[in-house]
Design a protein around this ligand. Structure first.
Ligand code: SF4
Ligand code: SF4
Length: 488
Protein backbone atom coordinates (compact mmCIF):
# COMPACT_ATOMS: atom_id res chain seq x y z
CA UNK A 1 0.00 0.00 0.00
CA UNK A 2 1.39 3.42 -0.94
CA UNK A 3 2.69 5.41 1.98
CA UNK A 4 2.34 9.19 1.97
CA UNK A 5 4.71 11.59 3.73
CA UNK A 6 4.71 15.28 4.51
CA UNK A 7 7.07 17.23 2.25
CA UNK A 8 9.28 20.03 3.58
CA UNK A 9 7.21 22.84 5.07
CA UNK A 10 7.37 25.47 7.79
CA UNK A 11 4.44 25.68 10.19
CA UNK A 12 3.90 28.89 12.15
CA UNK A 13 1.16 29.96 14.53
CA UNK A 14 0.55 33.65 13.91
CA UNK A 15 -2.00 35.40 16.17
CA UNK A 16 -3.73 32.03 16.84
CA UNK A 17 -4.00 31.14 13.15
CA UNK A 18 -1.97 28.31 11.56
CA UNK A 19 0.10 29.13 8.50
CA UNK A 20 2.36 26.89 6.48
CA UNK A 21 4.97 27.63 3.86
CA UNK A 22 5.21 24.71 1.43
CA UNK A 23 8.73 24.47 0.10
CA UNK A 24 7.86 22.35 -2.93
CA UNK A 25 5.43 24.93 -4.31
CA UNK A 26 6.58 28.05 -2.40
CA UNK A 27 2.92 28.65 -1.44
CA UNK A 28 1.97 30.39 1.82
CA UNK A 29 -1.28 28.90 3.12
CA UNK A 30 -3.57 29.46 6.07
CA UNK A 31 -4.73 26.08 7.38
CA UNK A 32 -7.89 25.29 9.26
CA UNK A 33 -7.77 22.82 12.18
CA UNK A 34 -8.82 19.86 10.00
CA UNK A 35 -6.09 20.46 7.40
CA UNK A 36 -3.55 20.95 10.14
CA UNK A 37 -4.58 17.66 11.80
CA UNK A 38 -4.38 15.73 8.53
CA UNK A 39 -1.02 17.25 7.59
CA UNK A 40 0.55 16.54 10.94
CA UNK A 41 -0.72 12.93 10.89
CA UNK A 42 1.71 12.06 8.09
CA UNK A 43 5.33 12.06 9.23
CA UNK A 44 8.04 13.39 6.88
CA UNK A 45 10.34 11.02 4.94
CA UNK A 46 9.04 7.59 6.14
CA UNK A 47 5.37 8.57 5.96
CA UNK A 48 2.49 6.18 6.67
CA UNK A 49 -0.41 4.59 4.82
CA UNK A 50 -3.46 6.66 3.99
CA UNK A 51 -5.54 4.54 6.34
CA UNK A 52 -3.18 5.03 9.29
CA UNK A 53 -2.78 8.76 8.58
CA UNK A 54 -6.51 9.40 8.29
CA UNK A 55 -7.22 7.35 11.41
CA UNK A 56 -4.75 9.46 13.37
CA UNK A 57 -6.16 12.69 11.91
CA UNK A 58 -9.72 11.58 12.83
CA UNK A 59 -8.65 11.23 16.47
CA UNK A 60 -7.72 14.92 16.66
CA UNK A 61 -10.03 17.26 18.66
CA UNK A 62 -10.23 19.45 15.52
CA UNK A 63 -11.93 16.67 13.55
CA UNK A 64 -14.37 15.47 16.23
CA UNK A 65 -17.55 16.40 14.32
CA UNK A 66 -16.12 16.22 10.81
CA UNK A 67 -17.48 13.47 8.50
CA UNK A 68 -14.85 10.99 7.24
CA UNK A 69 -15.53 12.06 3.62
CA UNK A 70 -14.48 15.65 4.41
CA UNK A 71 -11.28 14.44 6.05
CA UNK A 72 -10.51 12.38 2.96
CA UNK A 73 -11.09 15.33 0.65
CA UNK A 74 -8.81 17.45 2.86
CA UNK A 75 -6.15 14.75 2.40
CA UNK A 76 -6.57 14.97 -1.39
CA UNK A 77 -6.30 18.77 -1.28
CA UNK A 78 -3.04 18.54 0.65
CA UNK A 79 -1.72 16.07 -1.91
CA UNK A 80 -2.71 18.50 -4.69
CA UNK A 81 -0.90 21.32 -2.90
CA UNK A 82 2.26 19.19 -2.72
CA UNK A 83 2.28 19.14 1.09
CA UNK A 84 1.70 15.36 1.13
CA UNK A 85 3.27 13.15 -1.51
CA UNK A 86 3.83 9.41 -2.03
CA UNK A 87 7.01 8.17 -0.35
CA UNK A 88 9.76 7.53 -2.91
CA UNK A 89 7.94 9.45 -5.63
CA UNK A 90 10.19 9.93 -8.63
CA UNK A 91 9.97 13.48 -9.88
CA UNK A 92 10.61 14.24 -13.54
CA UNK A 93 14.16 15.54 -14.13
CA UNK A 94 14.46 19.35 -14.14
CA UNK A 95 16.59 21.39 -16.53
CA UNK A 96 19.42 22.92 -14.48
CA UNK A 97 20.18 25.63 -17.02
CA UNK A 98 17.88 27.36 -19.52
CA UNK A 99 18.67 26.89 -23.21
CA UNK A 100 21.68 28.99 -24.22
CA UNK A 101 22.21 31.67 -25.30
CA UNK A 102 19.82 32.88 -22.57
CA UNK A 103 18.94 36.54 -23.19
CA UNK A 104 20.22 39.13 -20.72
CA UNK A 105 18.00 41.66 -18.98
CA UNK A 106 20.65 43.55 -17.01
CA UNK A 107 24.25 44.56 -17.54
CA UNK A 108 26.22 45.94 -14.60
CA UNK A 109 28.89 48.20 -16.05
CA UNK A 110 31.88 48.84 -13.80
CA UNK A 111 32.91 52.22 -15.16
CA UNK A 112 35.90 52.42 -12.83
CA UNK A 113 37.73 50.11 -10.49
CA UNK A 114 39.07 52.91 -8.31
CA UNK A 115 37.48 54.70 -5.40
CA UNK A 116 38.04 57.90 -3.47
CA UNK A 117 37.05 56.19 -0.22
CA UNK A 118 38.76 53.36 1.55
CA UNK A 119 36.02 51.50 3.42
CA UNK A 120 37.31 48.80 5.71
CA UNK A 121 34.87 46.14 4.58
CA UNK A 122 34.98 46.87 0.84
CA UNK A 123 34.94 43.73 -1.29
CA UNK A 124 36.64 45.70 -4.09
CA UNK A 125 39.59 47.05 -2.16
CA UNK A 126 39.28 45.67 1.34
CA UNK A 127 40.68 42.48 2.74
CA UNK A 128 38.22 40.24 0.87
CA UNK A 129 38.60 41.56 -2.65
CA UNK A 130 38.47 39.08 -5.51
CA UNK A 131 39.45 41.49 -8.27
CA UNK A 132 42.95 41.21 -9.58
CA UNK A 133 44.21 44.60 -10.70
CA UNK A 134 46.93 42.96 -12.82
CA UNK A 135 46.55 40.80 -15.87
CA UNK A 136 48.24 37.38 -16.00
CA UNK A 137 51.28 38.98 -17.74
CA UNK A 138 51.74 41.37 -14.79
CA UNK A 139 50.56 44.52 -16.63
CA UNK A 140 48.08 46.78 -14.88
CA UNK A 141 44.42 46.73 -15.85
CA UNK A 142 42.76 49.97 -16.99
CA UNK A 143 41.28 51.76 -13.97
CA UNK A 144 38.61 53.75 -15.84
CA UNK A 145 36.41 52.55 -18.68
CA UNK A 146 36.66 54.51 -21.92
CA UNK A 147 33.56 55.95 -23.58
CA UNK A 148 34.13 53.56 -26.51
CA UNK A 149 34.05 50.51 -24.21
CA UNK A 150 30.94 51.82 -22.44
CA UNK A 151 29.17 52.30 -25.77
CA UNK A 152 30.30 48.86 -26.92
CA UNK A 153 28.92 47.48 -23.64
CA UNK A 154 25.54 49.04 -24.41
CA UNK A 155 25.59 47.55 -27.92
CA UNK A 156 26.52 44.19 -26.40
CA UNK A 157 23.54 44.36 -24.02
CA UNK A 158 21.12 45.17 -26.85
CA UNK A 159 22.57 42.29 -28.89
CA UNK A 160 22.38 39.81 -26.01
CA UNK A 161 18.88 40.73 -24.89
CA UNK A 162 16.97 40.04 -28.08
CA UNK A 163 13.28 39.60 -27.36
CA UNK A 164 13.32 41.59 -24.12
CA UNK A 165 11.15 44.70 -24.43
CA UNK A 166 12.76 46.22 -21.32
CA UNK A 167 16.41 46.13 -20.25
CA UNK A 168 18.43 47.65 -17.42
CA UNK A 169 21.84 49.27 -17.41
CA UNK A 170 23.41 49.52 -13.96
CA UNK A 171 26.53 51.62 -13.42
CA UNK A 172 28.89 50.50 -10.73
CA UNK A 173 32.46 50.94 -9.50
CA UNK A 174 34.71 51.59 -7.49
CA UNK A 175 33.09 54.94 -7.04
CA UNK A 176 30.83 55.24 -10.05
CA UNK A 177 30.84 59.03 -10.27
CA UNK A 178 34.63 59.16 -10.72
CA UNK A 179 33.93 58.37 -14.38
CA UNK A 180 30.87 60.55 -14.88
CA UNK A 181 31.56 61.64 -18.48
CA UNK A 182 31.48 58.01 -19.62
CA UNK A 183 28.14 57.43 -17.90
CA UNK A 184 26.64 60.42 -19.75
CA UNK A 185 27.86 59.08 -23.10
CA UNK A 186 26.56 55.59 -22.39
CA UNK A 187 23.13 56.86 -21.31
CA UNK A 188 22.75 59.06 -24.39
CA UNK A 189 23.74 56.15 -26.63
CA UNK A 190 21.40 53.71 -24.88
CA UNK A 191 18.48 56.15 -25.05
CA UNK A 192 18.95 56.64 -28.80
CA UNK A 193 19.28 52.93 -29.43
CA UNK A 194 16.24 52.16 -27.26
CA UNK A 195 14.21 54.67 -29.26
CA UNK A 196 15.31 53.14 -32.58
CA UNK A 197 14.54 49.59 -31.44
CA UNK A 198 11.41 50.58 -29.53
CA UNK A 199 12.71 49.09 -26.27
CA UNK A 200 12.60 50.58 -22.80
CA UNK A 201 15.96 51.14 -21.11
CA UNK A 202 16.12 51.62 -17.35
CA UNK A 203 19.17 53.04 -15.62
CA UNK A 204 20.42 52.61 -12.11
CA UNK A 205 23.50 53.49 -10.18
CA UNK A 206 25.13 53.02 -6.79
CA UNK A 207 27.32 55.78 -5.41
CA UNK A 208 29.00 56.86 -2.20
CA UNK A 209 27.58 60.36 -2.91
CA UNK A 210 30.87 62.20 -2.26
CA UNK A 211 31.01 63.52 -5.84
CA UNK A 212 27.36 64.40 -6.44
CA UNK A 213 26.96 67.86 -7.99
CA UNK A 214 23.85 69.81 -9.00
CA UNK A 215 24.56 68.99 -12.64
CA UNK A 216 24.83 65.27 -11.96
CA UNK A 217 21.68 65.37 -9.83
CA UNK A 218 19.79 67.07 -12.69
CA UNK A 219 20.94 64.41 -15.16
CA UNK A 220 20.07 61.50 -12.86
CA UNK A 221 16.62 62.94 -12.22
CA UNK A 222 15.99 63.68 -15.89
CA UNK A 223 16.83 60.09 -16.87
CA UNK A 224 14.86 58.64 -13.95
CA UNK A 225 17.75 56.68 -12.53
CA UNK A 226 17.14 54.16 -9.79
CA UNK A 227 19.64 55.42 -7.23
CA UNK A 228 21.22 53.70 -4.27
CA UNK A 229 23.37 55.68 -1.88
CA UNK A 230 25.84 53.78 0.25
CA UNK A 231 25.38 55.22 3.72
CA UNK A 232 25.62 53.40 7.04
CA UNK A 233 23.42 55.56 9.30
CA UNK A 234 24.25 58.44 11.58
CA UNK A 235 27.69 60.03 11.58
CA UNK A 236 29.22 57.67 14.16
CA UNK A 237 28.08 54.45 12.48
CA UNK A 238 28.81 55.74 9.00
CA UNK A 239 32.30 57.04 9.71
CA UNK A 240 33.37 53.89 11.52
CA UNK A 241 34.05 52.19 8.18
CA UNK A 242 33.26 54.64 5.38
CA UNK A 243 36.39 56.82 5.38
CA UNK A 244 38.55 58.70 2.93
CA UNK A 245 42.06 57.36 2.43
CA UNK A 246 43.25 60.04 4.87
CA UNK A 247 41.19 58.33 7.57
CA UNK A 248 38.62 61.17 7.67
CA UNK A 249 35.00 60.01 7.77
CA UNK A 250 32.81 60.82 4.76
CA UNK A 251 29.46 61.60 6.45
CA UNK A 252 29.97 65.36 6.68
CA UNK A 253 30.91 65.53 2.98
CA UNK A 254 27.96 63.53 1.69
CA UNK A 255 25.24 65.00 3.90
CA UNK A 256 24.51 68.24 1.94
CA UNK A 257 24.80 66.36 -1.38
CA UNK A 258 22.39 63.63 -0.31
CA UNK A 259 19.91 66.23 0.92
CA UNK A 260 20.11 68.10 -2.40
CA UNK A 261 19.53 64.86 -4.35
CA UNK A 262 16.55 63.82 -2.25
CA UNK A 263 14.97 67.28 -2.46
CA UNK A 264 15.36 67.47 -6.24
CA UNK A 265 14.06 63.94 -6.72
CA UNK A 266 11.00 64.58 -4.54
CA UNK A 267 10.19 67.76 -6.45
CA UNK A 268 10.51 65.86 -9.74
CA UNK A 269 8.48 62.89 -8.35
CA UNK A 270 11.33 60.62 -9.38
CA UNK A 271 11.82 56.94 -8.64
CA UNK A 272 12.31 56.03 -4.96
CA UNK A 273 15.86 56.61 -3.76
CA UNK A 274 17.36 53.96 -1.55
CA UNK A 275 19.93 54.03 1.21
CA UNK A 276 22.11 50.94 1.06
CA UNK A 277 23.41 50.16 4.54
CA UNK A 278 26.16 47.69 5.28
CA UNK A 279 25.65 46.35 8.78
CA UNK A 280 28.75 45.36 10.66
CA UNK A 281 29.39 43.85 14.04
CA UNK A 282 29.06 46.74 16.47
CA UNK A 283 26.11 48.50 14.81
CA UNK A 284 23.87 48.87 17.84
CA UNK A 285 20.65 50.70 17.09
CA UNK A 286 19.41 49.48 13.71
CA UNK A 287 15.92 50.90 14.21
CA UNK A 288 17.39 54.31 15.12
CA UNK A 289 19.61 54.12 12.05
CA UNK A 290 16.56 53.38 9.89
CA UNK A 291 14.63 56.33 11.34
CA UNK A 292 17.56 58.66 10.80
CA UNK A 293 17.76 57.72 7.13
CA UNK A 294 14.02 57.88 6.43
CA UNK A 295 12.72 60.53 8.82
CA UNK A 296 15.71 62.88 9.28
CA UNK A 297 17.18 62.60 5.77
CA UNK A 298 14.13 61.58 3.71
CA UNK A 299 15.25 58.39 1.95
CA UNK A 300 12.32 56.55 0.40
CA UNK A 301 13.75 53.12 1.12
CA UNK A 302 16.46 51.55 3.20
CA UNK A 303 18.08 48.22 2.39
CA UNK A 304 20.15 46.60 5.12
CA UNK A 305 22.85 44.10 4.26
CA UNK A 306 24.94 42.28 6.83
CA UNK A 307 28.55 42.66 5.69
CA UNK A 308 29.93 39.80 3.61
CA UNK A 309 33.39 39.01 4.88
CA UNK A 310 35.75 36.21 5.71
CA UNK A 311 34.98 34.85 9.15
CA UNK A 312 37.97 36.24 11.05
CA UNK A 313 37.34 39.93 10.25
CA UNK A 314 36.50 41.85 13.40
CA UNK A 315 33.57 43.58 11.68
CA UNK A 316 32.05 40.29 10.40
CA UNK A 317 28.98 38.78 12.03
CA UNK A 318 29.42 35.34 13.47
CA UNK A 319 26.59 32.81 13.85
CA UNK A 320 26.45 33.73 17.56
CA UNK A 321 25.70 37.37 16.65
CA UNK A 322 22.75 36.66 14.41
CA UNK A 323 20.16 36.98 17.16
CA UNK A 324 21.03 40.72 17.23
CA UNK A 325 20.13 40.97 13.56
CA UNK A 326 16.97 38.93 14.09
CA UNK A 327 15.83 41.29 16.86
CA UNK A 328 16.61 44.38 14.80
CA UNK A 329 14.99 43.13 11.59
CA UNK A 330 12.03 41.81 13.62
CA UNK A 331 11.29 45.19 15.16
CA UNK A 332 11.52 46.94 11.79
CA UNK A 333 9.19 44.29 10.38
CA UNK A 334 6.66 45.01 13.14
CA UNK A 335 6.74 48.70 12.20
CA UNK A 336 6.32 47.70 8.56
CA UNK A 337 3.25 45.55 9.31
CA UNK A 338 1.66 48.36 11.36
CA UNK A 339 2.12 50.69 8.39
CA UNK A 340 0.91 48.16 5.79
CA UNK A 341 -2.33 47.29 7.62
CA UNK A 342 -3.31 50.95 7.42
CA UNK A 343 -2.20 51.17 3.78
CA UNK A 344 0.89 53.25 4.50
CA UNK A 345 4.34 52.98 2.95
CA UNK A 346 7.24 51.74 5.02
CA UNK A 347 10.70 51.90 3.48
CA UNK A 348 12.22 48.66 4.82
CA UNK A 349 13.07 47.36 1.35
CA UNK A 350 14.41 43.98 2.52
CA UNK A 351 10.92 43.13 3.73
CA UNK A 352 9.20 44.60 0.65
CA UNK A 353 11.34 42.29 -1.50
CA UNK A 354 10.69 39.24 0.66
CA UNK A 355 6.91 39.84 0.81
CA UNK A 356 6.82 40.18 -2.97
CA UNK A 357 8.65 36.86 -3.32
CA UNK A 358 6.32 35.14 -0.87
CA UNK A 359 3.20 36.54 -2.49
CA UNK A 360 4.24 35.68 -6.04
CA UNK A 361 5.44 32.18 -5.07
CA UNK A 362 9.05 32.76 -6.05
CA UNK A 363 10.87 29.42 -6.09
CA UNK A 364 14.51 29.98 -6.94
CA UNK A 365 16.60 27.40 -8.74
CA UNK A 366 19.57 29.81 -8.50
CA UNK A 367 20.01 32.36 -5.72
CA UNK A 368 20.16 35.41 -7.99
CA UNK A 369 20.34 36.45 -11.62
CA UNK A 370 24.16 36.33 -11.81
CA UNK A 371 25.18 34.48 -14.97
CA UNK A 372 21.52 34.11 -15.98
CA UNK A 373 19.85 37.40 -17.00
CA UNK A 374 22.61 39.48 -15.44
CA UNK A 375 26.30 39.86 -16.15
CA UNK A 376 28.96 42.29 -14.97
CA UNK A 377 31.45 43.99 -17.27
CA UNK A 378 34.92 45.25 -16.27
CA UNK A 379 36.56 48.53 -17.25
CA UNK A 380 38.21 46.71 -20.16
CA UNK A 381 35.07 44.89 -21.30
CA UNK A 382 35.67 41.49 -19.69
CA UNK A 383 32.52 39.75 -18.48
CA UNK A 384 31.98 38.37 -14.99
CA UNK A 385 29.07 36.55 -13.35
CA UNK A 386 28.09 39.81 -11.66
CA UNK A 387 29.73 43.10 -10.66
CA UNK A 388 31.53 41.41 -7.76
CA UNK A 389 33.23 38.86 -9.98
CA UNK A 390 34.63 41.08 -12.72
CA UNK A 391 38.43 40.99 -13.02
CA UNK A 392 38.53 37.88 -10.86
CA UNK A 393 40.20 35.65 -13.44
CA UNK A 394 38.61 32.26 -13.01
CA UNK A 395 35.06 33.67 -12.94
CA UNK A 396 35.40 35.63 -16.16
CA UNK A 397 33.01 34.37 -18.80
CA UNK A 398 34.04 36.05 -22.03
CA UNK A 399 34.11 39.70 -23.04
CA UNK A 400 31.89 42.22 -24.75
CA UNK A 401 34.29 42.04 -27.72
CA UNK A 402 34.42 38.26 -28.20
CA UNK A 403 31.00 37.45 -26.71
CA UNK A 404 29.80 35.34 -23.77
CA UNK A 405 31.62 32.09 -23.09
CA UNK A 406 28.38 30.11 -22.86
CA UNK A 407 30.20 26.88 -22.09
CA UNK A 408 31.72 28.38 -18.94
CA UNK A 409 28.44 30.11 -18.10
CA UNK A 410 26.54 26.83 -18.41
CA UNK A 411 29.09 24.94 -16.30
CA UNK A 412 28.84 27.54 -13.55
CA UNK A 413 25.04 27.62 -13.57
CA UNK A 414 24.87 23.83 -13.47
CA UNK A 415 27.18 23.75 -10.45
CA UNK A 416 25.14 26.48 -8.71
CA UNK A 417 21.72 24.91 -9.38
CA UNK A 418 19.72 24.03 -6.28
CA UNK A 419 19.65 20.35 -7.30
CA UNK A 420 23.43 20.26 -6.67
CA UNK A 421 23.19 21.96 -3.27
CA UNK A 422 22.29 18.84 -1.39
CA UNK A 423 22.57 20.48 2.04
CA UNK A 424 19.68 22.76 1.06
CA UNK A 425 17.26 20.03 0.01
CA UNK A 426 15.75 19.54 3.45
CA UNK A 427 15.56 23.28 4.25
CA UNK A 428 12.19 25.04 4.27
CA UNK A 429 13.79 28.34 3.23
CA UNK A 430 15.14 26.86 -0.01
CA UNK A 431 12.69 28.61 -2.41
CA UNK A 432 13.79 32.08 -1.25
CA UNK A 433 17.45 31.38 -0.44
CA UNK A 434 18.61 28.66 -2.80
CA UNK A 435 22.01 28.59 -1.13
CA UNK A 436 22.76 32.31 -1.07
CA UNK A 437 25.23 34.65 -2.74
CA UNK A 438 28.00 33.10 -4.88
CA UNK A 439 30.42 35.86 -3.94
CA UNK A 440 29.92 35.35 -0.23
CA UNK A 441 30.36 31.59 -0.67
CA UNK A 442 33.59 32.16 -2.57
CA UNK A 443 34.96 34.50 0.08
CA UNK A 444 34.03 32.05 2.84
CA UNK A 445 34.83 28.71 1.26
CA UNK A 446 36.78 29.28 -1.95
CA UNK A 447 33.91 27.69 -3.89
CA UNK A 448 31.36 30.03 -5.46
CA UNK A 449 28.83 27.23 -5.94
CA UNK A 450 28.85 26.11 -2.29
CA UNK A 451 25.80 26.98 -0.16
CA UNK A 452 26.35 29.63 2.52
CA UNK A 453 25.77 27.26 5.43
CA UNK A 454 27.34 29.67 7.94
CA UNK A 455 24.25 31.90 7.54
CA UNK A 456 21.43 29.32 7.63
CA UNK A 457 20.16 30.22 11.12
CA UNK A 458 19.94 33.85 10.07
CA UNK A 459 18.26 33.09 6.72
CA UNK A 460 15.66 30.84 8.34
CA UNK A 461 14.94 33.36 11.09
CA UNK A 462 14.55 36.07 8.44
CA UNK A 463 12.21 33.79 6.46
CA UNK A 464 10.12 33.36 9.62
CA UNK A 465 9.94 37.13 10.07
CA UNK A 466 8.78 37.45 6.46
CA UNK A 467 6.18 34.71 6.80
CA UNK A 468 4.75 36.16 10.02
CA UNK A 469 4.61 39.63 8.47
CA UNK A 470 2.93 38.18 5.39
CA UNK A 471 0.32 36.40 7.51
CA UNK A 472 -0.45 39.49 9.60
CA UNK A 473 -0.86 41.78 6.59
CA UNK A 474 -2.90 39.15 4.74
CA UNK A 475 -5.27 38.82 7.72
CA UNK A 476 -5.79 42.52 8.28
CA UNK A 477 -5.36 44.22 4.90
CA UNK A 478 -5.13 41.66 2.05
CA UNK A 479 -5.61 44.33 -0.61
CA UNK A 480 -2.14 45.62 0.31
CA UNK A 481 -0.82 42.78 -1.87
CA UNK A 482 -2.75 43.95 -4.94
CA UNK A 483 0.43 45.79 -6.01
CA UNK A 484 2.00 42.38 -6.76
CA UNK A 485 -0.88 41.01 -8.81
CA UNK A 486 -0.15 40.64 -12.50
CA UNK A 487 -3.06 42.02 -14.57
CA UNK A 488 -4.73 39.31 -16.65
S1 SF4 B 1 22.00 27.95 2.49
FE1 SF4 B 1 21.05 27.29 4.40
S2 SF4 B 1 19.21 28.60 4.61
FE2 SF4 B 1 19.85 28.72 2.48
S3 SF4 B 1 18.65 27.11 1.41
FE3 SF4 B 1 20.66 26.22 1.99
S4 SF4 B 1 20.29 25.22 3.94
FE4 SF4 B 1 18.59 26.68 3.63
S1 SF4 C 1 26.46 36.63 -6.69
FE1 SF4 C 1 26.06 37.79 -4.82
S2 SF4 C 1 26.78 39.87 -5.28
FE2 SF4 C 1 26.56 38.81 -7.23
S3 SF4 C 1 24.46 39.32 -7.91
FE3 SF4 C 1 24.36 37.35 -6.82
S4 SF4 C 1 23.82 37.90 -4.74
FE4 SF4 C 1 24.60 39.79 -5.73
Amino acid sequence: MTAFAATIYRRLVVDDAIWVYASSSAAVLRLDGVSDSVLSAFPPKTGCTIEDGLALASASPHTADIPRGDIESTFRELVGLGLLRPVGEKLPPVATVPPMPYPLTTLVINVTNTCNLSCTYCYEYGEDKLADRERSDGSARRSAMTADTAIESIDFLFRESVGRPEITVTFFGGETLLNWAVIESAVTHARNKGRLENRKVNFSLTTNATLLTDRIIDFLTEHQFGINISIDGEEGDHDRHRKFKSGQGSYEVILPRVKALLAKNKAARGRPIGARVTLTRGTKDVRGLFRHLTEDLGFDEVGLAPVTAAKDRDYAFEPTDYHLLVDAFGSLANDYVDAAVTGKHHGFSNLSDLLRELHTGTNKAHPCGAGLGLLGVSTEGDLGLCHRFVESGEHEIGSIHSGIDNEKRTAFLEAGHISKRVDCHSCFARPICSGGCYHEAYVRTGDASAPNLHACDWIRAWADIGLKSYARIMERNPSWFDRHEVPT
